[in-house]
Ligand binder design. Structure first.
Ligand SMILES: [Zn+2]
Ligand SMILES: [Zn+2]
Length: 370
């Protein structure tokens, strides 16, 4: 199964002509999952190879506008482009994010009289009180849901922290387990861990032939992990006839943060194939970055190293950093300097550093265990 990630916006604070606000798409077999949706995400999508109508799930890391202002508009445009054929099976779009998100979507769609042709559900993560300074916490009154739900709003889950694993289970199916973990920012922020399930290894045809098994349904059952009893009464275990399992890929996408919180993040991100981390400002602005709840390349590198990630992708750059293609000689703020700073911090660690730019598409191949 092919998997890739496309960055639609790599700027912080607001969209500019040279950098969109935060948004990226993880694509698996044509299904698109959108992570954050800053203002202008829909036009960035139109400029990309991706199709907004393929978005089945949306994950919002935190409620700051540069990660959220694009969501109501995007939902409306997807609806406009949806075929209104009543025979069409319109699937529910699942939206995950912090408490308050359901209220935001309901109010913005409701006040603007926006109609949607497809159902949606907002599943809210309940933050803990240590995810932000006190002034960053939303009172229950501010997030209380008032008024009628939007006609297309389906009931959403409230997801609380599982204290034993220090994580939030968002959903799991045959292919993936998706969890969230806590980050520290000016307002509660979350990271997401997308773990693909391991797949059975190839069948050892020589062994199967020696056992007298011919290709057919029994092969499928063994591959699916079932034991098979031969006519002779001999039980064949899947482990006898399967090569080593193919490990699933792990992609971790962190929202804005000046640090991870608790043990959950490093545990979940351990061995990540790709770790996406913000680097809003260069190392020389560390104090300012932390004051605003953000990270520097060195801080992002420390997280990548602590969890032994294969690749660290930096994004969410201050708009003072122009994309490399627009950089002029003598420019004071150089985005490639951010990459250099992370690489310096990761010397000899084996972690590859990648600088995200708008429309960068990153293939995520299957890898053998290290
Ligand atoms: Zn931000
Ligand atoms: Zn933020």
């Amino acid at each position: 199964m092919a998997m890739d990630m496309t960055f639609l916006g790599t700027g912080s604070a607001y969209p500019s002509p040279h950098r969109g606000a935060s948004a990226l798409v993880l694509r698996t077999d044509g299904d698109c999952w959108l992570f954050d949706c800053g203002e202008g995400t829909q036009t960035q999508l139109m400029k990309s190879q991706l199709r907004a109508g393929r978005i089945t799930k949306v994950f919002i890391s935190h409620l700051h506008g540069d990660h959220l202002f694009g969501l109501p508009g995007l939902l409306c445009t997807v609806s406009l482009n949806t075929n209104s054929d009543p025979q069409q099976n319109l699937n529910c779009v699942d939206i995950y994010g912090p408490r308050g998100l359901r209220h935001f979507v309901r109010v913005t769609l409701g006040l603007t009289g926006s109609q949607l042709l497809f159902p949606y559900a907002v599943h809210e993560l309940e933050p803990t009180s240590d995810q932000s300074p006190e002034e960053g916490q939303l009172s229950q009154e501010m997030t209380a849901e008032s008024g009628l739900p939007h006609p297309q709003e389906q009931p959403g889950k409230t997801i609380t922290l599982d204290v034993s694993s220090d994580s939030y289970l968002l959903f799991e199916d045959k292919k993936f387990v998706v969890k969230a973990f806590r980050l520290f920012h000016r307002i509660p922020s979350f990271g997401f861990c997308i773990q693909e399930r391991d797949r059975p290894g190839r069948l050892k045809t020589e062994v199967l032939k020696a056992l007298g098994l011919k290709p057919g349904p029994l092969y499928g059952r063994l591959k699916a992990g079932e034991s098979v009893t031969l006519q002779s009464g001999r039980v064949v275990l899947p482990s006898e006839v399967l090569e080593e399992a193919i490990p699933g890929r792990k992609v971790c996408i962190l929202g804005d943060c000046s640090s991870v919180l608790g043990e959950g993040p490093l545990r979940l991100c351990s061995g990540a194939d790709v770790l996406v981390h913000e680097a809003t400002l260069g190392n020389e602005h560390r104090e300012k970055a932390v004051d605003h709840g953000h990270s520097t390349p060195e801080m992002a590198a420390a997280v990548a190293q602590a969890c032994c990630a294969r690749r660290l992708v930096l994004h969410h750059f201050s708009q003072r950093y122009k994309p490399s293609s627009l950089q002029k000689e003598g420019d004071e703020d150089n985005v490639s300097e951010l990459q250099r700073q992370a690489e310096e911090a990761l010397q000899d660690s084996g972690v590859e550093v990648i600088l995200a730019e708008d429309f960068l598409s990153l293939p995520i191949p299957l890898t053998r265990p290290r």
